[in-house]
Design a protein around this ligand. Sequence first.
Ligand code: GDP
Length: 331
Amino acid sequence: SGPLSGEQKPRILLMGLRRSGKSSIQKVVFHKMSPNETLFLESTNKIIKDDISNSSFVQFQIWDFPGQIDFFDPTFDSDMIFGGCGALVFVIDAQDEYNDALNRLHQTVTKAYKVNPSIRFEVFIHKVDGLSDDYKMETQRDIHQRANDDLADSGLDQIHLSFHLTSIYDHSIFEAFSKVVQKLIPQLPTLENLLNILISNSAIEKAFLFDVVSKIYIATDFSPVDMQSYELCCDMIDVVIDVSCIYGLHEDTGAAAFDSQSSSLIKLTNGTILYLREVTKFLALVCILREASFDRQGVIDYNFLCFREAIQQVFELRSKNQVAYNSSSQA
Ligand code: GDP
């Protein structure tokens, strides 16, 4: 079975100096904490294994390390920590002086690469909400240059680092995590193809396949992603889940806020439609389309059902006794 099912979960490590923002990222992305609440988080001083695999499609664990961990300490089991890890996210506080962070990044990457050369290295240049656009670009260029120079100096220029500008105060942190997670999904090309086929046959402008809990999109069609569309879709998920939690839960039945009947349609005054449908227990499709295209909702719904079946086959989720399609009930 593939890494998305069962025991072999791709693991993401979240590392970085103390106060760089690791716990905040984890709380905001995976536990719906609002960014302002992170001001009062206790600083991390132990390894936290946060297993979110019970609530999320994206089955991975976040290991939050204290900033001052010593790789040469014999109790630090780097084989175990880096060995089965898919991606290492290193967080750098861009509002602070980052010499120390760059040193630690270099030390971490070198060590991790020795243990596991297939690990992907992702650098989050974080807290960029405080920086002007020019300064953001300049900081990214500088960090990129110096980190790669350090690797070249150690004869390790085969190591590839990816860089992302992030902040918990906007959607950039979700977008960055989406890209990190997508690289760990072996079925991604298939998912993208299925989304392309869906949108081109349904006059849909943009479609995202979302992990509902984290609002990470695990795939989208080939058209470029603009932040505004992504934010709109994230907001829609929040609305649907909130309304569902407030009005849709019955204590006696134990119904969940998101289930196979989940579906929602939002019409904006500018003639845009947002359309959400449940795909699996954890995944939702969110589409953006023109109101005129929605005249043919029958076609869209039919295409959606074909799409859902294909996705379920990709992940081998379809149970054998599931014969009939469930048509939607509006949330
Ligand atoms: P950790 O020690 O790496 O886990 O860092 P914390 O998550 O405790 O964050 C340290 C501080 O940075 C907290 O006061 C957060 O509110 C703040 N912080 C985290 N992310 C951001 C961000 O994107 N922008 C800004 N301006 N502050 C942030």
